[in-house]
Design a protein around this ligand. Structure first.
Ligand SMILES: *[C@@H]1O[C@H](CO)[C@@H](O)[C@H](O)[C@H]1NC(C)=O
Ligand SMILES: *[C@@H]1O[C@H](CO)[C@@H](O)[C@H](O)[C@H]1NC(C)=O
Length: 336
């Protein structure tokens, strides 16, 4: 379907190249976007509004990609399911949800890099089968904190127990509200609070307690626990060397980053934006690191926006550039 439409568009562009305007191209791209992302709008008015927002975003993407082609940028942008949203809408539904309260509790340890730990030049935990397929938190649930916690736990479980499990984010969304975990379902929460809940209760399997992308009643059932933890380990804040050592020697780690407006349009390469701040608003998982010939040192980051976002659901973010986007501010992983 997609290929057919692309060919059609090419032919169209070829035939009437002389008269076609940039605006016509943007309109055609919006039609493709609607098909590809199964978008339908309630009214003509809504459709016009979304078209306009799409055009504005696409112009930004095209401008950025010219700079990428000219070698001024190390990453590409592209159309994705978020391209018909304004930055304000995107922020409200997906980026106001991280509570970065990382106060230490009784169950916490600090990771101590040891001189005998080897820190290879690159590592990708996907190659050892330790990383589950990409999940999708949905467009209307600020549950990144739950996906971040579950992401590192699933991997740590595989590495330490040799068993693959998929665990329930919905369990955390529904059951870790209020005191003492201080999470608020789809509104906001912290990875720390999620781990505290799991430490007390365990966490159900994904299949027994599937994701709904909305707040619901707690239906935790101890008969369906998929994993338990015995504590959590924090990596020294702001220390990218310690973080690399922890990723290499312990496995995938939950972190939080500042997601600036350019991030949501990312489609490939090393995301290097010195304008990124240390204001953390999104929880993700580091599953490796390396060095790209064009973009330099990067962290390999697993996101929870589906596999059609970024590089098949992942983003490579600048590493060793003064803790860019605050990526090393609150790293944490569970002890299983
Ligand atoms: C941070 O977490 C600690 C421990 O759970 C809690 O005592 C404290 O009230 C929290 N602070 C905020 C601002 O949420
Ligand atoms: C988190 O969500 C709750 C419930 O919606 C809200 O009262 C609280 O202000 C939010 N906290 C933050 C830090 O946004």
């Amino acid at each position: 379907m997609k290929a057919a439409i692309c060919i059609l568009l090419f032919v169209l562009v070829g035939y009437i190249q002389a008269r076609i305007t940039y605006d016509d191209v943007l309109k055609a791209e919006f039609e493709l976007f609607k098909v590809e992302h199964k978008k339908s709008y309630d009214s003509k008015y809504e459709e016009q509004l979304r078209l306009q927002i799409f055009k504005d975003n696409k112009k930004l993407i095209d401008r950025h990609n010219k700079r990428y082609v000219a070698g001024e940028k190390t990453y590409k942008m592209g159309v994705n399911k978020f391209t018909d949203l304004t930055q304000e809408e995107f922020k409200i539904s997906l980026l106001s949800s991280l509570n970065s309260n990382h106060s230490l509790e009784g169950i916490d340890y600090i990771y101590n890099p040891s001189a005998k730990d080897s820190v290879p030049k690159s590592i990708d935990w996907r190659t050892s089968g330790a990383v589950n397929p990409i999940k999708d938190q949905g467009q209307h649930c600020g549950s990144c904190w739950a996906f971040s916690a579950v992401g590192s736990l699933e991997s740590q479980y595989f590495i330490n127990k040799g068993r693959k499990v998929s665990l329930s984010e919905q369990n955390l969304v529904d059951c870790s509200r209020g005191f003492p975990y201080n999470n608020n379902g789809c509104s906001n929460g912290s990875t720390n609070g999620a781990f505290n809940y799991i430490w007390n209760n365990g966490i159900d399997t994904e299949s027994s307690y599937p994701y709904e992308a909305r707040d619901d009643d707690c239906r935790y059932n101890r008969n369906y626990i998929g994993a338990k933890i015995s504590g959590t380990v924090h990596v020294e804040s702001g220390n990218e060397d310690a973080l690399a050592s922890a990723v290499a020697n312990k496995g995938p780690i939950s972190v939080a980053v500042d997601v600036i407006y350019k991030f949501r349009h990312y489609s490939g390469g090393v995301f290097n934006e010195p304008s990124c701040s240390q204001h953390l608003n999104h929880g993700v998982v580091i599953i490796g690191y390396g060095t790209d010939s064009v973009g330099g040192d990067y962290w390999l980051v697993r996101n929870s926006w589906g596999k059609n976002w970024g590089e098949k659901g992942y983003i490579r973010m600048a590493r060793n550039r003064n803790n860019q986007c605050g990526i090393a501010n609150i790293p944490i992983f569970p002890l299983v």
